[in-house]
Design a protein around this ligand. Structure first.
Ligand SMILES: [Zn+2]
Length: 77
């Protein structure tokens, strides 16, 4: 029994245990077909790190805020 969030809502950054606030939707055009989309989750701290990692590889990338019921509204980007 722990207080940690469920694994599927945790940041995808290596070693990070924080709850994710963003979803990074991306695809590797060399190995994925156009309708295949991978999803990473990121906490606010790692959103830029992870999106930069993907952007440097020229992967198509979309970042969307996760819905957090009861939380503050995240500003539109
Ligand atoms: Zn993180």
């Amino acid at each position: 029994m722990t207080d940690e969030p469920a694994p599927d809502t945790r940041c995808s950054a290596k070693g990070c245990q924080r709850p994710a606030a963003y979803a990074l939707l991306w695809r590797n055009p060399r190995i994925h077909t156009a309708d295949r989309v991978k999803q990473w989750l990121a906490c606010p701290e790692h959103r830029d790190t992870l999106s930069d990692f993907l952007a440097r590889r020229d992967f198509p990338l979309r970042v969307e805020p996760l819905d957090r019921p009861g939380g503050p509204a995240l500003g539109a980007r």
